[in-house]
Design a binder for this molecule. Structure first.
Ligand code: PEP
Ligand code: MG
Length: 605
């Protein structure tokens, strides 16, 4: 992943040379500031343990107990603070830390190491080694639990060695924090008004640090690799969370970009294309804390609420009451806008510890999404549907429910039957309610190839290009080695999209897109030309996409889409996209009114 590209100017009198390090961008935000390394785990005094006979095990046990108590108090404080600043779901990670702190196996491990003659801090380090490497050997989100364990270990070691905690909440203004990795507690302390951004050697887009950075609007790049160490404290650094790059000695252009902020006007109103075609622009959210950002960026509604985040990082699933509250909060945030809630999509890269999930070799081709909801998680599915229908009764009119990973018409029919039976049960319990709009995600090649039959049975289709691309191209979405193939601009993927839109139109179902492709501002014209009614994306890209929609002429976009779907390779598609004809569009005519006409909004796509 880490690959540094140098951009040195041969002229010594010219502007300072820039060196760029590549990693994974976390959000389309850029920041410039001064590098500061953060190394919470470093404590040289732990290298050589003293001779065992000089250690008093009783005293060390007491010190360990005392450190555990102080750690508990700190975690409670940090939980409270995170719940206020970021959100309840993110705060729940500190509950997981409490559980590790109270884990009898870990406590026994520490005490056994003390009995062998190690002082408490050394014993803590030793006792955490095995559990950390066990989690590191797992896939996806489970691997990230290793971060949580390290966080708990470092907290205990710090308390035992009286090490000063670096106060991340009061870093000097304009700090760009560099670290091997950041834990959830580290990231939750960062103040986006003071910190210009961060870059880490390790971590991926779904690491907690990345999720927090997106939620609080911090420029961040993760997974840069060991080359990041070449950057020294106090060097001026540009963090480009969009391109996934960290540049030392930023150019004047980069500084200007960072200081200009996003520079894109937020349009709270709905937009139409330049020739008046309405397109709904919605936000993808995983946590309730992201709702506020979605409103701030001008989302018309929520196009994808990934409900699995309500189920992660906890010991048991949320019950019906807890889910009703969460869904009501999402509905209340957009009283006028559609809120599309996706039923539980676990399996694949999202294992859940308290569910019985065998670990097959190809989890992405195994029990995922609706396959689990119609199989081992049938009870959870019913509870979730009850909660959704009850939330809809309380905040009526804007809920839509969609099913993930559908591959066959019979799966969809079974899901619809479950909705109907839950709806009947609620009615017979005396609940006065209506069944919400229902839809299906198009994420498998089989769903795209049978989209006509699916569209006839639902109100809408939403294309999940992240999975659709991985399955059409047989290229795993998280495997760097095949990243080039995981390209939604591959003609095969575009043809699957084209087919789905045509099927939706024939079946009178609106068609949206909630995969990452929808939020790529370079592709807005192409997606308009393909005929999508709705685009749903990370909130930060909404202003760019709305601006692009307002500038596009449908006829030109359709020509572009025809050319693109006829192309033989993604390179040719991107080339055509780059040369798209905007000669008739409003952004090429600065005198024209570039605001969309709010009166021409349609209620639904
Ligand atoms: C998708 O697959 O495109 C999608 C939106 O779902 P997720 O990324 O949650 O799998
Ligand atoms: Mg998906």
């Amino acid at each position: 992943m880490s690959e540094s590209t140098t951009d040195r100017d041969p002229d010594p009198d010219a502007e300072a040379a820039s060196i760029t390090y590549d990693g994974t961008g976390v959000s389309p935000l850029a920041g410039v500031g001064t590098a500061a390394w953060y190394d919470p785990g470093a404590d040289a005094s732990l290298d050589d343990p003293p001779a065992p006979e000089t250690v008093d095990p009783d005293a060390e046990r007491e010190r360990f107990e005392d450190a555990r108590e102080r750690a508990t108090t700190e975690l409670e404080r940090e939980r409270e603070r995170t719940a206020e600043r970021v959100g309840e779901e993110e705060a729940a990670v500190f509950d997981a830390h409490r559980q590790f702190l109270d884990d009898p196996q870990i406590i026994d491990g520490v005490e056994a190491a003390i009995d062998e003659g190690l002082p408490a801090a050394h014993a803590v380090r030793r006792a955490f080694e095995d559990p950390i490497s066990q989690f590191e050997g797992m896939d996806g989100r489970m691997a990230e639990r290793a971060d949580d364990l390290r966080d708990v270990r470092d907290r205990l070691v710090r308390l035992l060695t009286d090490g000063d905690r670096v106060d991340l909440s009061s870093l000097p203004d304009g700090t760009v924090l560099l670290a091997e990795r950041l834990t959830p507690s580290d990231t939750a302390q960062l103040d986006p008004d003071r910190v210009a951004g961060f870059a880490t050697k390790l971590g991926g887009r779904t690491s907690h640090a990345a999720i927090f950075a997106r939620s609080i609007g911090l420029p961040a790049v993760v997974g840069v690799g060991d080359d990041l160490e070449e950057i020294a404290d106090d060097e001026p650094v540009f963090v480009d969370g969009d391109a996934g790059a960290v540049t030392v000695d930023p150019t004047a252009d980069q500084r200007e970009r960072a200081n200009a902020g996003r520079g894109v006007e937020v349009r709270e109103e709905r937009v139409t294309t330049a020739d008046g075609e309405p397109i709904e622009v919605a936000a993808n959210v995983g946590t309730l804390a992201e709702l506020e950002g979605a409103i701030r960026q001008g989302a018309d509604g929520i196009g994808l609420f990934r409900t699995e985040f309500l189920f992660l990082d906890r010991e048991s699933p949320p019950d019906e009451a807890e889910q009703i509250e969460a869904y009501r909060e999402a509905l209340a945030a957009f009283p006028e806008g559609r809120v599309v809630v996706r039923t539980l999509d676990v399996g694949g890269d999202k294992p859940i510890p308290y569910l019985d999930m065998p670990d097959p070799e190809n989890p992405f081709l195994g029990e995922r999404g609706i396959r689990r909801s119609l199989g081992p998680d049938a009870d959870l599915f019913e509870t979730q549907l009850r909660a959704l229908l009850r939330a809809n009764a309380a905040e009526p009119g804007t809920l839509s429910v969609m099913f993930p990973m559908v591959a066959t018409v019979s799966e969809l029919e079974a899901a619809l039957e479950t909705v109907a039976s839950v709806a009947d049960d609620l009615a017979s319990e005396g609940l006065d309610h209506e069944v919400p709009e229902l839809g299906v995600m198009i994420e498998t090649p089989s769903a795209a190839l049978t989209a006509e039959a699916l569209a006839e049975r639902v109100d809408f289709l939403s294309i999940g290009t992240n999975d659709l691309t991985q399955y059409v191209m047989a290229a795993a979405r998280e495997n760097d080695r095949v990243a080039e193939l995981h390209d939604p601009c591959e003609p095969a993927v575009l043809r699957a999209i084209e087919r789905t839109v045509a099927a939706g139109q024939a079946g009178d179902a609106w068609v949206g897109m909630c995969g990452e492709m929808a939020g790529d501002p370079d592709l807005t014209d192409l997606l308009v030309g393909l005929g999508l009614d709705e685009l749903s994306m990370s909130a930060v890209t909404i202003p760019d996409v709305k601006a692009n929609i307002a500038a596009v002429e449908t006829a030109a976009a359709e020509t572009l889409a025809d050319d693109a779907t006829d192309a033989a390779a993604s390179a040719a598609v991107r080339d055509r996209v780059a040369k798209r004809d905007r000669s008739h569009s409003r952004d090429s005519n600065p005198d024209s009114d570039s605001d969309a006409d709010p009166d021409s909004d349609s209620e639904t796509p």
